[in-house]
Structures are given as C-alpha cells and as structure tokens.
Design a protein around this ligand. Structure first.
Ligand code: SF4
Ligand code: ZN
Length: 402
C-alpha cells in the first residue's frame, strides 16, 4: 500500500544532513507551518489530498523547500479546542514513516526525507498525505472526514503562515489571567518519549509546554478526547514548596512517567531540578556563570550566542530528556508568564537574547523595566562585552538592585 514501512518503531529515527533527499521547512526558511482546523462536514472533502506547488519528485536531491501543511477535519463530536491536539499528533504520525523525520511545531516545523526512502518510491507528498489520512482515521475515531493540502509554492506558503500565526496567537491568548493556584489539575504530555525516553512535559495555566504547541487548555482537551493517549491529567496534590513550586502530584507523575529516572520538578526553575527537555523547544534558557544570569536563544537564531555557542550546540546539551541544571527548554511565550523562572529571579535575571525575541516580547520586558537592560547580538559579541553592557545599563540582577 505504501512505498515505505509505517509504524511507531520509526518514530525515534533522525535523518542527517548528508542523507536527506529533500528537506521541508527548518531554519533556512522564514515561512513554514502546520495547521489543523475543525470544519463543518460539508466543507471537508474526505480523503482529498492536494499539492499546490512542486512535489518531492520535482526537486533535485538535497533540495530544501518551504512548506505549509494544512489539514481540515470534520466529525460530529469534534470541538474547536481539539485543533491543537490533532495538530500535535502530526509530530508523532509523520515520524511513523520510515526515513521521514519531523521536528518542532506550528510555524517552526522542519522535516526531512531520507534518500533510501525516496529510492524505495516515496517520491510524492500525496503518499505522505495518504499515510496521514490513514493514521488520523485509525487512531482518532472521532475524526470522520479529513482533507490534506500541501503547499510548497513560496509566496502562498508565506500568505498562509501569516494567517496561521494569528490563530496560534489566539490559542495562547486564551490563557491570560488563569493561574496555577486556581486550578486543581495540570496536564502532562509524554509524546516525545520516542526521542527522549525520560522526558515529561508538565503543562500548567502559567507554563506552556516547551514545544509551544500544548498549553493547559490543549492538555485538557487532549485528555478529554483520548484519556489513553500521550496527554494525561496531573493532580496537583500538595504544594510542598511555594518558592520552588514543587507539587507532590507533579513529582509522583514525573517519577512514574520517567520510569523512576527523574524524581520531580521545580516547575519554575532552571537551576534546581528543572523540568526536562526533549528536542522540540522553541527556545533554550541557558545559565551564563560569568554574570550569574541567563541567556535565551531561539531555534531560528542561527548566529553565535553571547557565549560563542550556537542554538544547535546548546540544543545538543539541553535535549534528550535529561534534567540539566542551568538549561531549560522553553516556549517563547513562557516569557509572558508571571511565573517565568520565578524561583531563579524571573525576567530580571535575563541578560541576553536575540533581537527577534526581544521585539516579540517587548511589551512584557517594558512592563518589567527590562527592555533596555537586556543585551542582544547587536549590542555585545562576547561575555566580556556583556559584563560591561550590564554594568553600564544598570542591569538589576547583575548590579544587585533587584
Ligand atoms: Fe508533548 Fe512536550 Fe513533546 Fe510538546 S514537547 S509534544 S508537550 S512531550
Ligand atoms: Zn519533543
């Protein structure tokens, strides 16, 4: 039926840069995304797969191309809230394909097809569409109709991504004002354990998952839809330490899901028992010992950070499901949380970030009086220059004025 094998056994495999036939999305392209939308049944043509733009076989070996994957679903019991949950399943299902690798989410996706799988005959997005149709319908029986469109035409991809960003933003905005204290249940996700076997995400109203694709509402919708699926409920239990945000219920489930290898999390700390990271983080918070403060680097920042390391190098250290003190994979929107690394000093302890993130969260930084205190790649090139910058602008943490 398919040119390559399909199954969970392929989920953890990666495709290296020497081995790919074609790459979709990733850091070379400003615009790429995946979006699932729930639609009325009469607006979804079941099992229709459409390709707008060039197909895999039209490209040279080693090509890299922008992509927009648009999936429309319909079903009696489907709710709008389920869209992010279906969307996140793409990470799992695309990786089920032998020789196909999918990374990240939303407008940051990155995919590669291995040359060997291409040689076996996987030379069209249409086949990938058929695999996805089969998996979605088999694994999520509430989906009654599904239609998939792959767009590779760069101008159209750009247009769709700009629209999709408004939808992602609206999903994140729903959480505004809800606190951890006022809910009894958090949610968790272990979907990434195929790549990072001890990794568990704990999602609270004030802590979106590091992939940025599962927030508290999404966790709740996912659990309700499929209680046996990768997302689960986490009873908060007792707040054992209000400074470190240690909850008995969180620790119990983290220990269980990590098969005993991680005993618990300080939910809002990067320095002491931080939450684990797989590889899907939108950004990484990293400790800079020379200034006793943090830097943040996002996936799309390709240059060197202030410590001389690039995102890829830091990601290598931060990923894999380990509990890495001084490193924290995070969603960029975690910066908007009032509990953002609260145990470690919050946003006042951030010393460096790329200009692009600084602009993205400008309102938050201004509110905290930190917009002018945080250096970017335009201000400093190394840690010595950073120290000088922080002293010059009177950075509150570094100059001890918090
Ligand atoms: Fe789930 Fe976390 Fe992986 Fe996102 S990063 S899919 S929330 S385990
Ligand atoms: Zn992951």
């Amino acid at each position: 039926m398919f040119s390559v094998d399909v199954g969970p056994q392929y989920e953890g495999e990666t495709v290296r840069k020497e081995d790919f036939q074609i790459e979709f999305g990733g850091p070379k392209h400003k615009f790429k995304a995946e979006l699932v939308t729930v639609k009325p049944a009469d607006q979804v043509e079941d099992e229709k797969i459409e390709i707008i733009g060039k197909d895999i076989k039209d490209f040279e070996e080693g090509a890299s191309c922008p992509i927009f994957m648009k999936i429309d679903v319909a079903g009696e019991q489907l709710e709008k809230d389920m869209e992010p949950v279906f969307e996140r399943r793409l990470h799992m299902y695309v990786n089920y394909m032998e020789g196909f690798w999918h990374m990240a989410q939303r407008d940051e996706i990155w995919m590669r097809l291995h040359k060997d799988s291409f040689k076996k005959g996987l030379n069209s997005l249409e086949e990938i569409g058929r695999v996805l149709v089969m998996l979605y319908k088999n694994e999520l029986s509430i989906i009654e109709k599904i239609q998939i469109t792959f767009i590779t035409d760069p101008a159209l991809v750009e247009k769709e991504v700009l629209e999709a960003r408004k939808i992602y933003q609206a999903r994140d905005d729903r959480l505004k004002g809800i606190t951890e204290e006022e809910v009894d249940e958090f949610y968790g996700c272990s979907l990434c354990q195929s790549f990072a076997p001890t990794h568990v995400c704990v999602v609270t109203p004030e802590r979106v998952a590091l992939c940025g694709a599962i927030n508290w509402f999404d966790g709740r919708a996912a659990y309700k839809m499929d209680p046996e699926g990768p997302q689960f409920a986490v009873q908060k239990g007792e707040l054992l330490d209000p400074e470190k945000f240690i909850y008995s219920g969180v620790n119990a489930i983290v220990a269980e899901k990590s098969l005993g290898s991680i005993s618990g999390f300080c939910l809002h700390s990067a320095l002491e028992s931080p939450p684990t990271s797989c590889g899907c983080f939108q950004a990484i918070l990293f400790y800079i010992p020379e200034v006793d403060a943090f830097g943040i680097v996002n996936r799309d920042f390709l240059g060197e950070t202030v410590t001389g390391m690039k995102f890829s190098g830091i990601a290598g250290e931060a990923s894999g499901g380990r509990q890495n003190e001084g490193m924290l994979g995070m969603a960029v929107s975690y910066l908007r949380s009032k509990k953002f690394i609260k145990t470690d000093g919050g946003v006042k302890r951030v010393a460096w970030m790329p200009k692009a993130i600084k602009e993205q969260v400008k309102d938050v930084l201004e509110e905290a009086g930190m917009y002018d205190k945080i250096a970017t790649e335009e201000d400093v090139k190394n840690v010595d220059e950073l120290t000088e910058f922080l002293n010059r602008v009177g950075h509150p943490w570094v100059t001890g004025q918090v």
